[in-house]
Ligand binder design. Structure first.
Ligand code: NAD
Length: 438
């Protein structure tokens, strides 16, 4: 089917889907059960198609099911308010779906991202059309197969393809949710805005981890391992900069701990439970990784990793660098690979200024036992999310997700915020008419 046919079917199917919230709740709950019954198939597909290490793929799968369960219940939440007016008249302000939601997704969370867009869109009564990444087509088509077991025909659709199909979807759907690079996101937002369509875009990041002088090093190491290196750094929320507050002695201690933590991480076959870093998604991405290592060697220092894989398997190593100037491209722009840059400053004010100095503002982490300092610093960070004593990557599935500056555009994803994006309100005034009885 071409996009015009898919849109036309989706428009027809959406009318009865929107009319019955009880049926929507039951259907989304049934989808969660269908997914659970196909857990291993979905997990293995993610491992094979996007090289997600199996332990992480299981985590992504569990998140997707939790999201489906959450939104299956959210369908039954109150869907509006009543506004005071003269008795016995009534003014209602009610949530309405837009119609057909166009969802453009990246490859790096091939199950969780399509689901965290589709589930709230479906919950409030839209039909959805997903344009998945060219690198995650098989997983997206399998999602469609699973959805078709439960949802009415025409409600959940996948249209594989490249940028041209993405452009067509922006032109045809009623609202657009995009996740991907800032470069493509900028185009999608501009096009949707020109057409007057609601749009949200979640894009890249360059997240900082601020390490205060009292941070516990064992805990810090485990958070940086996950934040900077899990899924080989191929996450928008990955830690790209580690900003140590302290003197030379403290810096040496922190760097030593981080180096030995990074060197312990195993790179290899994503099917192997012991693998922490799988291959990068494609050779262009591997070229960006090796170019970044080359520049880091020239202008700064490699602390750990920095190895180039000669086998052609695109396997990276957990790389930490030091002494890269703050204005250098590596310290400002996303390289989608396991590379994090260390910088040392003397005060928290300098740490905040450095953290805020990039065009992105997705997430940040602060590592300290000082609760007061963590809250004070959080409020001064220009990021959509802050993790205190946790990895920059990973936020609970029911909390608002999104960033500031060039990382995001429009309303937040996940949680209740998402229901607001996928619906608009209609105000209905009901006047009482002629009184016939006392
Ligand atoms: P990408 O921007 O290359 O592609 C994203 C999607 O857009 C794909 O489906 C692609 O086919 C489509 N597309 C490409 N050109 C288009 C156009 N002109 N119009 C409409 N659609 C078009 O991104 P990617 O390589 O798939 O993913 C990696 C990027 O995604 C990284 O920058 C990462 O930071 C970002 N990302 C952000 C988040 C977040 O929530 N902030 C989450 C995951 C990934």
């Amino acid at each position: 089917m071409n996009l015009d046919q898919i849109i036309s079917n989706a428009r027809k199917a959406q009318i009865s889907w929107a009319a019955n919230p009880i049926a929507r709740s039951a259907a989304l709950s049934a989808v969660a059960k269908t997914f659970t019954a196909h857990r291993d198939d979905l997990v293995n597909l993610m491992v094979d198609e996007v090289y997600k290490p199996i332990t992480e793929a299981r985590g992504e799968f569990a998140r997707a099911v939790a999201i489906l369960e959450y939104y299956s219940q959210a369908v039954l939440d109150p869907d509006g308010t009543s506004v005071p007016t003269m008795d016995p008249n009534l003014i209602l302000s009610l949530r309405r779906p837009y119609g057909v939601a166009g969802l453009i997704t990246p490859w790096n969370f091939p199950v969780a991202i399509p689901i965290w867009k589709a589930a709230p869109a479906l919950a409030v009564g839209n039909a959805v059309i997903i344009k998945p990444s060219e690198f995650a087509t098989k997983t997206a088509l399998f999602l469609q197969e699973l959805m078709a077991k439960t949802l009415p025909e025409g409600i959940f659709n996948v249209i594989p393809g490249g940028a041209d199909i993405g452009v067509q979807l922006v032109d045809s759907a009623d609202l657009i949710s995009f996740t991907g690079s800032a470069k493509v996101g900028g185009k999608v937002v501009a096009r949707a805005a020109t057409l007057g369509k609601p749009v949200q875009a979640e894009m890249g990041g360059h997240s900082p981890a601020i390490v205060l002088p009292d941070a516990d090093l064992e805990l810090l190491v485990s958070h940086i391992q996950i934040g900077a290196f899990s899924y080989s750094g191929q996450k928008c929320t990955a830690t790209r900069r580690i900003i140590i507050v302290g003197d030379e002695k403290r810096k040496a201690e922190v760097v030593d701990a981080l180096r030995s933590g990074a060197e312990k991480l195993v790179a290899g076959d994503p099917r192997d439970e012991k693998t922490f870093l799988g291959p990068l998604i494609h050779s262009d991405s591997y070229k960006n990784y090796s170019d970044a290592i080359e520049s880091a060697k020239q202008i700064g220092r490699i602390i750990s990793g920095g190895r180039i894989d000669a086998s052609g398997k695109n396997l990276p190593s957990a790389t930490l660098t030091d002494s890269i100037p703050a204005a250098h491209q590596l310290m400002c722009e996303e390289v989608f690979a396991p590379i994090a840059h260390i910088a040392t400053v003397s005060t928290t004010d300098e740490a905040i200024a450095l953290a805020n100095s990039v065009r992105y503002g997705l997430t940040a982490s602060i590592h300290t036992a000082d609760l007061e300092a963590s809250l004070r610093i959080s409020r001064r960070l220009n990021t959509g999310m802050v993790k205190v004593n946790g990895p920059t990557a990973g936020v609970d599935f029911h909390a608002p997700f999104g960033g500031d500056k060039d990382s995001s555009y429009g309303m937040r994803e996940q949680g209740k915020a998402s229901l607001d994006f996928y619906s608009h309100t209609q105000t209905i005034t009901v006047n009482s008419g002629v009184r016939k009885f006392q």
